[in-house]
Design a protein around this ligand. Structure first.
Ligand code: ADP
Ligand code: MG
Length: 577
């Protein structure tokens, strides 16, 4: 007998449909913050418990909701923001689909308190199981407070798919920071388990908010951008070509103040920086695009994260051109001074924008101006006699040596990285990583996200030999570093590690954060390509790798060496051997 086909009860269909809007606590944070902003608030407070799994409370001082309207707010497709189909082409608010509140109440236990300035008492609505249980009078300030508890309490399967408190909290930061970035006139606070994580006071200057979010150090590399013509306005901030990041986290795109993930615009940003920053690096760009609402469609996606532009090509073109134009402004004297860590050559070269795409000069690893600092660690300068003859370096990047029956090309960076990785891993496992105290602590200012990441991974950093202490909201003092770092730029290395770690966000990282730290630490302390090596350094490398009897890759998966048998050589020359 085939199974019976049945129509699901409404409570079930509602909960299923809610999943489109509410995926995890972060989606609730986004929807509630958007509602608060749409309500004309000047102050918004977001409070979380257990990364939002236990509680998400958003308090605003906006217009509030009239008592009679309260039950309406929780109805599907009930909105005060549009009335008729035409309004869909003139949307000026973040919300308009009337889906958020009904979705949220169908998967949580929600209480709303709200009051408008027209009344002296407020209204409290208790919701459960997808509907409004009761509506009563209550005392509360003007504005709205929504309390969402136990998300997915009624969908155990969905609840199981939620991640750790840390991951959920991290995910909640995204909508919080993204919205904070585009509404400087509103003050925002984020509190987790009673601790104030972020506080952005309201300001009339976008620059103040941008600086508060990206951190002063990165902000110093940004320049304001502005463009306006025939219905498109672009404004915001973009990094100079002398700066780049290892991930795209610094790219924030907005259309009419709505954060969007738009592939086309992202491509345009990358296109504008192509050839001016190294391959695989990303700029920091906060791009606010303003277009007439009729020129875009935000209705294409349930969470409204994607938009459709009527004139895609023009938007692409204007973004590329505007960003390029601003890159050509030479750096100010101040900047050159703040850039003193870099080789001045790199600054000049960064401003040549017309190099061919294939030019490897833009690959940082191989950049000719990279100052070589790495000497091989003393422990590898072995006395071990090696059965290989060092022939020299090829392109300053590969060590060439000859064995009894073969030629061996070694990628010096990949090889050193592999060796350091193995050593660090061993030392880590035996808890014998050497740490060195810095004479003077080094201060690092991080972006909001980076400091959160560092805060939550403190133990892992400590295990690796770093002693980093929070001394301000986003200011950290680096007191000790793993000895392996030697004379290198410890600050740059910490940043690079954080960048690498933040790339892993989307996957469940669990406790395995040590591996990526080991990888980035070895990568950033290893000898680069395009660095002249001394003979004993080359010998050290060869000694460590020999015998070349198994194929090895660097921790990123690139080959470490390549063997060309003498027989192959003979074949090439049509010699018989
Ligand atoms: P939408 O935002 O798409 O209109 P929601 O389900 O998010 O749909 O909200 C439904 C309605 O409830 C809104 O249109 C608005 O009228 C009202 N509302 C929700 N949150 C607030 C708030 N914080 N302040 C004032 N009104 C609110
Ligand atoms: Mg809404």
């Amino acid at each position: 007998m085939s199974p019976k086909i049945q129509i699901l009860p409404e409570s079930v269909t509602q909960a299923i449909a809610a999943g489109e809007v509410v995926e995890r606590p972060a989606s609730v944070v986004k929807e509630l913050m958007e509602n608060a902003i749409d309500a004309g608030s000047s102050e918004v407070i977001v409070e979380l418990k257990m990364g939002g799994l236990q509680l998400i409370r958003v308090i605003d001082n906006g217009v509030g909701i009239d008592r009679e309207e309260v039950p309406q707010a929780f109805q599907r497709y009930a909105t005060s923001k549009i009335e008729k189909e035409d309004d869909l082409f003139a949307i000026h608010t973040l919300g308009f689909r009337g889906e958020a509140l009904p979705s949220i109440i169908s998967v949580s236990q929600t209480v709303m308190k709200t009051r408008t300035s027209a009344t002296i008492s407020g209204t409290k609505a208790v919701c459960e199981g997808g509907g409004v249980k009761n509506v009563t009078e209550t005392g509360c300030p003007v504005g709205t407070e929504l309390e969402v508890r136990n998300l997915f309490y009624n969908l155990p399967v969905k609840r199981k798919f939620l991640k750790s408190v840390r991951s959920e909290l991290r995910a909640c930061l995204h909508p919080f920071l993204r919205l904070s970035l585009s509404y400087p006139e509103i003050s925002f606070r984020l509190i987790h388990e009673g601790r104030l994580l972020y506080e952005f006071p309201r300001t009339e200057f976008h620059s103040v908010r941008v600086e508060a979010i990206v951190g002063k150090e990165i902000y110093d590399h940004l320049r304001p951008i502005a463009y306006e013509e025939a219905g498109i306005r672009l404004s915001g901030f973009a990094s100079l070509p002398s700066f780049s990041k290892g991930n795209s986290d610094g790219i924030y795109l907005y259309v009419n103040r709505r954060y969007v993930k738009d592939r086309m615009v992202h491509k345009a940003v990358m296109e504008a920086y192509r050839h001016v920053i190294p391959a695989n690096r990303y700029p920091v760009v906060v791009l606010m695009m303003t277009l007439p609402p009729s020129a875009i469609d935000v209705n294409v996606h349930p969470t409204k994260a994607e938009v459709k532009f009527r004139d895609q090509d023009r938007v692409f073109h204007e973004v590329v051109e505007t960003l390029r134009l601003y890159q050509k402004q030479p750096p100010t004297v101040e900047e050159t001074v703040s850039e003193k860590k870099r080789d001045p050559v790199s600054l000049q070269m960064s401003f040549q924008t017309d190099l061919p795409p294939s030019s490897s000069r833009w690959n940082q690893e191989e950049a000719p101006w990279v100052v070589r600092e790495t000497a091989l660690s003393p422990e590898w300068k072995l006395d071990k006699k090696i059965p290989y003859r060092i022939l020299g370096q090829v392109q300053g990047t590969y060590v060439l040596c000859e064995g009894e029956r073969e030629l061996i090309f070694i990628d010096q960076h990949a090889a050193h990285e592999r060796i350091l990785f193995e050593k660090l891993k061993g030392d880590y496992e035996t808890r014998s990583i050497l740490s060195e105290k810095l004479l003077m602590p080094i201060l690092i200012e991080l972006s909001a996200e980076e400091s959160f990441l560092l805060g939550s991974l403190g133990e892992a950093f400590q295990a690796m030999g770093f002693d980093i202490e929070a001394v301000g909201e986003r200011l950290f003092a680096l007191r000790s570093v793993p000895s392996i770092i030697g004379q290198k730029d410890p600050k740059g290395i910490v940043r690079a590690i954080l960048e690498e770690l933040s790339l892993l966000r989307k996957e469940e990282r669990g406790v395995e954060v040590i591996h990526p730290i080991l990888v980035s630490l070895s990568c950033h302390t290893a000898i680069r390509g395009n660095a002249v090596l001394r003979r004993e350094e080359m010998e050290g490398l060869v000694a460590q790798l020999s015998p070349f009897d198994r194929s090895t890759t660097c921790p990123h998966g690139r080959p470490v060496f390549f063997i060309l048998p003498h027989g192959e050589l003979a074949k090439q020359f049509k010699r018989k051997r």
